[in-house]
Design a protein around this ligand. Structure first.
Ligand code: COA
Length: 179
């Protein structure tokens, strides 16, 4: 089933379909404010946007059924500032979920990010989903987030061996996140 989907970089002509995928993916989630598609629009206008790391999953018929965006964040520890990537948002159309598309998007985004030289990703997400892609509790590494969220949901992953070594501090999101 996985082979039916192609993962590729998003194009400007995809933006309206991508917004729809995001809106539909998050529509039934009670714990969020259903504005993720606006976040993506703001990020695309910001310095944090990395076009190479905003990916879509497309069917052979050209329908976009999934999307992931990795954008730049800082991890700040006093004078020391490190550029990492935030994974946000990740979306798969409800009728295409549990087919491995989310996993495929994450793995491919990680692979491309690593090729571009990034070493660490951070996210706020489901504690039972992301560990299978290498995510661990950020607090284990002394990495903090600028909002109240359960410790288990604030996660980090290494894209390179020892990427998290000597890295600690506060994650500083770009203004686009509206935090
Ligand atoms: C989370 C999401 C991207 C996963 O995409 P997907 O293509 O269904 O994921 P995959 O097929 O790669 O993986 C499916 C597995 O993840 C699990 N999973 C999916 N969502 C989960 C969640 N919220 N919590 C825990 N596990 C979850 C499924 O139970 C399934 O597990 P299994 O393989 O043991 O059966 C998709 O469900 C989605 O778009 N959800 C709404 C938006 C959202 O929550 N985005 C992430 C914000 S952190």
């Amino acid at each position: 089933m996985n082979d039916v989907f192609v993962i590729r970089q998003e194009k400007a002509t995809d933006f309206s379909q991508v917004a729809e995928v995001i809106e539909l993916a998050f529509r039934n989630m009670e714990e969020n404010d259903h504005t993720e598609h606006f976040l993506v629009e703001r990020l695309r206008e910001s310095d944090a946007y990395i076009p190479d790391l905003s990916l879509v999953a497309e069917t052979t018929e050209g329908q976009i059924v999934g999307h992931i965006m990795l954008s730049k964040v800082k991890v700040q520890d006093g004078e020391k500032v490190f550029t990492a990537l935030a994974v946000a948002p990740l979306s798969v159309l409800p009728e295409y979920q549990r087919m491995g598309i989310g996993g495929k998007l994450i793995r491919e985004a990680h692979r491309r990010a690593s090729e571009l030289g990034y070493a660490v990703t951070v996210l706020l997400g489901h504690k039972d989903y992301y560990p299978r892609f290498g995510y661990k509790k950020a607090s284990l590494f002394g990495i903090r987030f600028p909002f109240e969220a359960p410790d288990d949901y604030c996660m980090v992953a290494e894209l390179k061996k020892n990427g998290l070594e000597d890295l600690r501090g506060m994650v500083c999101y770009p203004d686009a996140f509206g935090l």
